[in-house]
Design a protein. Sequence first.
Length: 99
Amino acid sequence: DLPKYRVWQDGELKEERDDVADLWDDSMQAFLIGCSFTWEDLLAAAGLTPRHVEEGKNVPMFDTSIDLKGVGPFGGRMVVSMRPYRPEEVQAVRDLTAA
C-alpha cells in the first residue's frame, strides 16, 4: 500500500525499504501521515477539478479544537481541508476518494 518505508534511528534516516515487518516489535508505535493532495489528479481526470487547483491556490485548511493523541514529540490538533462541490457532484467525489 506504500511505495517505500523510511527507517529513522536516533533522528537520522538510516534506509528506505519495501517492507519493515522484520523490524517491528511490541514496543513500537506506528502512525501514518496522510494527505488529501493524493486525490487531486484523480478528481481532475474525472472532470471534478478542485476549485483551488483551478485558481492556482493551496487547499483551504482549518485548525480544529480536536486534540490528537500525542506520542513522544508528535501531537497537536486535527487539521481538516475543504473542497467545495455542487450537491450533485458530492456522490461522485465521495466514490472517487473512498478507496
